[in-house]
Structure formats: structure tokens, C-alpha cells
Design a protein around this ligand. Sequence first.
Ligand SMILES: O=C(O)C1=C[C@@H](OP(=O)(O)O)[C@@H](O)[C@H](O)C1
Ligand SMILES: C=C(OP(=O)(O)O)C(=O)O
Length: 411
Amino acid sequence: MNITLEQSEIIQEPLHVTITGSKSESNRLLVLQALFPNISLENVSNSDDSDVMQMALKSTDDIVDIHHAGTTMRFLTAYFSSQAGKSVTLTGSKRMKERPIKILVDALRDLGADITYVENDGFPPIKISGKKITQNEVTLKANVSSQYISALMLIGSSLEHGLKLTLDGEITSVPYIKMTLNLLHQLGIDAEFEGQVITVQPKLDPVDKQTLIVESDWSSASYFFSIVALSAIGTTITLSAYKDSSLQGDSVLAKIYKQFGVETTFKDNTITLQKVSLVSKDTVITLDLVNAPDIAQTIAVTCFGLGIACDLSGLHTLKIKETDRLEALKTEIEKLGGHVYVTDKTLVLDASEVIQEDVAIDTYNDHRMAMAFAPLALCTKLRVNDAEVVSKSYPEFWSDLEKIGFKIIKN
Ligand SMILES: O=C(O)C1=C[C@@H](OP(=O)(O)O)[C@@H](O)[C@H](O)C1
Ligand SMILES: C=C(OP(=O)(O)O)C(=O)O
């Protein structure tokens, strides 16, 4: 489905949006629930990535296709490796077969797991023959994806001797590791993350019966921060359901968007975003996003829409996500008339006055390409190709934009 976004103003009241649960929290908790069925979950994400996680955990098929879902692929690789007697081949989309998994597979093999590559070494699909894992110490490289580390942590307490992970080198996307740690703690699992070492103790007593409520997704909230940043002073949008102390690293948005004149306040599980000041055209937004890689696209496009420069670093993981997000951002912003310079870990955008009208944005099977560019409809008419990609994390994205006044025509 391709769509056209007519140049819009957000005028409809009340400007309130309820966002589905965090897909990162949901996918961790779904794996933990499979290990500890005593727990119940509320506000689980309705994203494709969480749907496919639920489907895979229930599946009795020999082959499980997890499509584009990175966390699902990585978390299930660890989970199925530890399920004695279960044999499964995990596969995914064309892009998933290009997203590396060797660091995780090597770590699991070091622990005694039985995993073989079905097509190309180092990449899905993989065939897993589940085994009882008794070894508990492993070292793995930490600068490629934190998902490998979270995957191991999630199964750690179900292993006979628990786990001791030694992280080699710089650690990327640290808040996601802390999110995993925190969820383990909520279940009463003894786990620590000190320096370069993570330990997870085996859980000998059953986990207490309890309900965990997933906080709504902060990465999804980022598109509304961008919308408010690109709107007139006074524009206000409220989003729910959030917690005052978030486990999601992307909650740093509230601090970052202050620089774009957006004030964030929190009350009763609702965040209120309000445009309170204009941003000077000679502002340069300089940020290291190593802890919040998923909001890089949103921020780059906000800067482009405001006509200001940015200098973003810490982006080395963007090349191995749903698409090469650095190249995709450069191509699409340049189609709109901007100037972007990328390396394999940085993105620099020049300040520019002009935004070309009626450009068709390609989305490269990447939900965040579609959602990050959509707010530009406040500046010009634009088109978005394959707009249905948003369902990977936020299926109601387009209908929520319509609710707040965006004019969307399906082509
Ligand atoms: O653990 C998680 O839920 C995630 C970790 C991050 O990946 P990397 O650690 O590969 O950067 C993030 O980009 C992804 O969207 C979700
Ligand atoms: C990178 C992402 O997801 P994943 O790695 O889980 O596919 C994302 O949602 O931006």
C-alpha cells in the first residue's frame, strides 16, 4: 500500500493517542512467561514482532518463520537451544537472512548448544536441537547487538547452573540489557550486571504468581515528539500509558526533544508533549545515540523538517537493522533536497531551507523509515511507499495520525 500525506495541520481535539505496549518489553516477557508460566501479562504489544513471538512459542511445526523480527530471532535462538527434546529451524525474511547471529550462536555452542546453519554460516536460517545446557560461563563480543546478551540473560535462570557472561569490548545499546536485568529482578531472579560481567543465578523456587503490565512503547512515541517539534507553539499531544520510571532507554526522548522546543510532563500514566519554544536556525543538534539507536531516524528527520543541522554518532548498529538505516536516511533525505553525510557510525545533516514537495519515500521494509518521515507532512505533501511496514512495531500508526488531523490518501 502506497499512501499520500496531504500537507496537514494537527488541529483535532483531543489530541490523545494510546500507544500499544513496548515490543522490547513484550518480547522479553513472552519468553519469560514461556519459562515461568505463573506470570500473566497486560498491555502486550500488538506489533507483528510480538505476534510472531507468541506464534513461535506455541508452534509445534519444524520450521518457524519469524519474518523481520530481530529480537524474536535472537531471543528464540537462545530459548529453543535450552529446550531439551525440541528441534526447530528458525528462519525469517530475506533481510533477516542478512542480519548476523554468529556471536550468539558461538556463545550458545560454547555453552553446549547444538545449532547448525542451514544456508550461510553466521546467518539465519538455523537448525536448533534443544538440549539441557549445563555449562555456565561464556565470553561474547558486546559491540554488535545487545540482543545477543539479552537472549542469553533471558534463559540464564532456567539453566541448571545459571550463567556468567563476560562482555568483550565496548557494550552497545546498554539500556536494553538493563531492561532485561530489571525484568528478571521483577520476577525475583537474582542477576547482576557489573562492569563487563553479567551473572544470572538459577531460579530454584517457582516464580511468584503475578501480573506484569507492559509500559507503552517509547520508540513509537518518538514520532509524536517529532510531530510536536514540527508544529506551532502551543500544540499539545498526550500519550498513554507510560510509567514515571521507564525501563526503556528511548524515554531519553523527553530530554532530547527539549532542544527542539518540546516540553514533556508526566501525570497519571500519561505524557503530555507541548511545543513551547522555537528553535534557532543555527542550532546544531549533536548527540551520541549508542544507547538509543531506534530514535536516530526520528531525530534526523525532525532536524531536516526544522531546517537545522545535526551531527549524530554512536550509530554503528544501524547498518544491520531492518535495512541499512544510514544509507536509507541519506537516500531519502537527499530526495527531499537535504544534504547528508554518513560513515559506518555517524550521520551529519546540513541545515537546509527547502523541502521538495510530493516526493515518494521508500521504506525498505523498515517500519521506522515510514514512521520517521511521516511528520514531514506538517511541512509539505509527501508520499510513503509500502506504508503497511509500520505494523512491525505499531499497527495503528496511520489511523492514529488520522485521528490527530493528518490527511492520508491510500493509493
Ligand atoms: O533488545 C531489544 O529489544 C532491542 C535492542 C536494540 O538492538 P541492538 O542491541 O541490536 O542495537 C534495538 O535496536 C531493538 O529495536 C530492540
Ligand atoms: C531494530 C529494530 O528491531 P529488531 O532488531 O528487533 O528487528 C527496531 O524495532 O527498530
